[in-house]
Design a protein around this ligand. Structure first.
Ligand SMILES: Nc1ncnc2c1ncn2[C@@H]1O[C@H](COP(=O)(O)OS(=O)(=O)O)[C@@H](OP(=O)(O)O)[C@H]1O
Length: 316
């Protein structure tokens, strides 16, 4: 507050109002989640800008917009909030103590009885901090991990990157620290991710095995209904998705859904699935298989499931 006390008062009021908007909505679980998601960051920036702005007209304009926005939302919802002067210092304090908008978790709609909330982020499995954070959020969560032969996974991973950055070195170059010595580069993410036992160890420190389901990526292609039956049982759901929902699309090389509920047309996986993998030197594949073998064995032991990756002949 540099210029006058009037200026200062207006700016603090704006901050007051914007902070109120941000925090009152999340604290009362205001049911305008969509509006909140969009408006949250916007008003946060606006309130900060109103503080640094030395122009009283800009501050006043922002104040007017904030108030219009707020009254519009409140009228729409038929709720009335009284912003009392006393609250000012409380909201300023909250803004200083918690300078970031509420996490999406606070503004997410509540899961109702009979509903299951699902979140899909493959990288969580290989992120060190994820098990601890997820455990502190929901101890009884059920985790589903789709795994496939780590050698094929690495090639698939590389193929995806190659489709975005065609200039990257060959798989054979990236896979080794020293090719002559046969030293695999386990720090390369495409290879590191496939060391499933290592990642699982991290998760088992927080979750019992009974809370984790491992789905075989290979079986998901040849027997989607079988794998889906396991998923449904694991989630405690009635077996609704069965064989009759799938057909095998030979051109795509993947099963497709016969008739999704919302349309009458069959639904197959998108164009990005089933990219043709580049041909990899068989010697490199052989070395990778050797590299993964002990980790795979450890993984079978830990999960009590034999994924039979050692029995597969070649890679596609
Ligand atoms: N439902 C289902 N069943 C079996 N396999 C599947 C399924 N969905 C995706 N995939 C295969 O998973 C590989 C990763 O796919 P994407 O690269 O598209 O995944 S992602 O965008 O990174 O999520 C990719 O493997 P490749 O095609 O062998 O490279 C996908 O084909």
């Amino acid at each position: 507050c540099f210029s006058s006390s009037f200026n200062c008062d207006v700016r603090v009021s704006i901050l007051d109002l914007s902070s109120f908007l941000l925090w009152a909505f999340s604290a009362t679980n205001f049911p305008l989640h969509t509006a909140l998601n969009v408006s949250q960051r916007f008003w946060y920036v606006v309130s900060l800008f109103s503080l640094v702005s030395k122009n009283i007209f800009i501050s006043a304009f922002i104040s007017l917009c904030t108030q219009l926005f707020m009254s519009h939302i409140l009228c729409k919802e038929g709720k009335i909030f009284l912003v009392r002067k006393k609250l000012r210092y409380f909201w300023i304090g909250i803004t200083i103590l918690f300078p970031f908008p509420p996490s999406p978790r606070n503004v997410m709609p509540k899961t109702l009885d009979g509903q299951i909330t699902m979140e899909k982020t493959p990288s969580y499995f290989v992120t060190n901090e994820a098990p601890k954070r997820i455990h502190s959020m929901a101890k009884d969560i059920k985790l589903i991990v789709v795994v496939r032969n780590p050698v094929t996974r690495a090639i698939s991973d590389y193929t995806q990157t190659l489709s975005k950055k065609p200039e990257i070195p060959t798989f054979e170059v990236l896979a080794f620290k020293n090719r002559t010595l046969g030293l695999i580069d386990a720090s390369w993410s495409a290879i590191r991710i496939g060391i499933y036992a290592l990642h699982l160890e991290n998760w088992l420190q927080y979750f019992p095995l009974s809370q984790i389901l491992f789905v075989s990526g290979e079986r998901l292609i040849v027997d989607p209904a079988g794998e889906m039956a396991k998923v449904q049982d694991f989630l405690g759901l009635k077996r609704v998705v069965t064989e009759k929902h799938f057909y095998f699309n030979k051109t795509k090389g993947f099963p497709c859904l016969k008739k999704p509920e919302d349309s009458s047309a069959p639904r197959c996986l998108g164009k990005s699935k089933g990219r043709t993998h580049p041909r990899i030197d068989p010697d490199v594949i052989h070395r990778l298989r050797k590299f993964y073998k002990p980790f795979n064995m450890m993984f079978y032991q830990m999960t009590g499931q034999d994924f039979q990756w050692e029995q597969e002949e070649g890679d596609k």
